[in-house]
Each structure stands twice: as structure tokens, then as C-alpha cells.
Design a protein around this ligand. Structure first.
Ligand code: GLN
Length: 251
């Protein structure tokens, strides 16, 4: 009988303990989650793998920032155009999406230090006569909606068609329905590597340099300081250049 009571007591203790573990664990995980908004249509920075998971330079940076601050990262995938609104609404805590720092954007959100330098380039067919930006005059230009490439072409005063995804614009070019796609350099390199019929044309006089940074809600200094400290470490240690090199060749 005594033994029975002892066993019962032990069972109770275990039950109580496990409730606490489950309860406390969940609470800790919830409070420590950091939600990163992205648009996983922008290789090598963010893309969806065959198994449905997210990968890319930005995804790895997000994971490293979270780990550095004892947080659990969660990737929230949405349209590029919706990212800054999602941040303002509190739907996500930060946006990491190969996003170029632009004054119009900086009015709505706060940007971290920059972690990558890019520029716009033109993707054309191998036999194209387009050799500089002004050669796009009168040509069928494809851009991606809301990207800085669209803004550039708009400012140059050319007509263009905008697509929802980079792959759609490149498909249009490959099918001969567009003459040129204006898009970010590293992403262009990825698309061209996959299609031998295409090449990249650069024009440094027409397209200025762009800086990618992480965005947070305006005034969220606490999170911005954490992100900046982690980013600085990742830049100093060479981890970001390492990721850049790794994903330039990886699928
Ligand atoms: N760098 C470009 C921009 O900020 C494109 C970014 C992206 O498509 N993810 O508009």
C-alpha cells in the first residue's frame, strides 16, 4: 500500500512537471519569435526549395540574426508590394527581401545598415543589339512590379510591362515576347545561369548602385539596434560574403 502511494505521488509530480515544461516552453517560444517578411521569388536571396522550404542568402542572414539574439525565426512569405504595409500593421517584425534603401521607403519604415551592394542590369537575348540603357528606347521592356527596376525604367521615360514575378518576366524574354528585363544584378546572374540563350548587359552610367537593408517598423529602435549589431558582426566576420559566394553557385 505504501509503495502504491509512493508511485501515485511520483506520477503526480511528473504530471505537474510536464505541464509546467510544456506550458513554460510554449510561452518562451512565442515571446521569442521574430517574424521576417519576405517575397521568396528573388534568388539567390530568397526562394522556395523543391520541398517547399525557404532558402537563400537573406533566409540564412535572418536565421543568424535570430540565433544571435536568442530568438526563433519565422519566415512569412508574401508579395513584394505588401511587405512594408505588413511591417506597418505589425504582421511581421522585420522585412528581409533584397530590399533597396530608397528615400520613399525610408519615410514609411526604418532601415538597418546595408548588407549588400547591387545595381540594376539588363537581361537580353544572346543576339540582342541592346548594349546600353538608352538602346531600350522603342523596345519591349519587362520589369517586376514594385521593384526598383520598375522605378528606374519609369524615370527613363520608357514604356514597359510589369510582371508579378522575376521568372514571369524572364519567361516573356525567353519566349521572344519581351526584348529586355531590367532587374537586380545577382538575381539576373541567377536567371542567366539557368538559360544559356540569355546574357547580362550592364550600364553603370544609367543605373546607380543600390544598397540592400533590413526594414523594421518606424521607431522600433530596440529591434533595429539588435539587427544592426548582428549584421555588423556578420559583415566583419566575412559571413555575408561567404553566403553570397555560396548561393551564387548553389541552386
Ligand atoms: N532590390 C529591389 C527592390 O528593392 C528588388 C527586391 C526584391 O525583389 N526582392 O525593389
Amino acid at each position: 500500500m505504501k509503495k502504491m502511494i509512493k508511485i501515485l505521488a511520483l506520477v503526480c509530480v511528473f504530471a505537474a512537471l510536464s505541464v509546467c515544461f510544456v506550458g513554460c516552453g510554449e510561452e518562451a517560444a512565442n515571446t521569442n519569435v521574430i517574424k521576417f517578411g519576405t517575397n521568396a521569388e528573388f534568388p539567390p536571396f530568397e526562394f522556395v526549395k523543391g520541398d517547399g522550404s525557404f532558402d537563400g542568402i537573406d533566409i540564412q542572414i535572418a536565421n543568424l540574426i535570430a540565433a544571435d539574439n536568442g530568438m526563433t525565426p519565422e519566415i512569412v512569405n508574401m508579395e513584394f508590394d505588401s511587405l512594408l504595409v505588413a511591417l506597418e500593421n505589425g504582421q511581421v517584425d522585420a522585412v528581409i527581401a533584397g530590399m533597396t534603401v530608397k528615400p520613399e521607403r525610408a519615410e514609411k519604415v526604418d532601415f538597418s545598415i546595408s548588407y549588400y551592394q547591387a545595381t540594376q542590369v539588363m537581361i537580353v537575348k544572346e543576339d540582342s543589339t541592346i548594349a546600353k540603357a538608352s538602346d531600350m528606347a522603342g523596345k519591349k521592356i519587362a520589369v517586376i512590379q514594385g521593384y526598383t527596376g520598375e522605378v528606374c525604367v519609369q524615370k527613363m521615360g520608357y514604356e514597359y510591362t510589369s510582371f508579378k514575378k522575376g521568372t514571369d518576366a524572364v519567361m516573356e524574354l525567353a519566349n521572344g515576347k519581351a526584348d529586355v528585363v531590367v532587374i537586380d544584378s545577382a538575381t539576373a546572374a541567377k536567371y542567366v545561369a539557368d538559360n544559356k540563350d540569355l546574357k547580362i548587359v550592364e550600364d553603370a552610367t544609367a543605373f546607380e548602385g543600390e544598397e540592400y537593408a533590413i526594414a523594421v517598423k518606424k521607431g522600433n529602435k530596440e529591434l533595429l539596434d539588435k539587427i544592426n549589431a548582428s549584421l555588423q558582426e556578420l559583415l566583419d566576420s566575412g559571413k555575408i560574403s561567404e553566403l553570397g559566394a555560396q548561393y551564387a553557385v548553389a541552386e
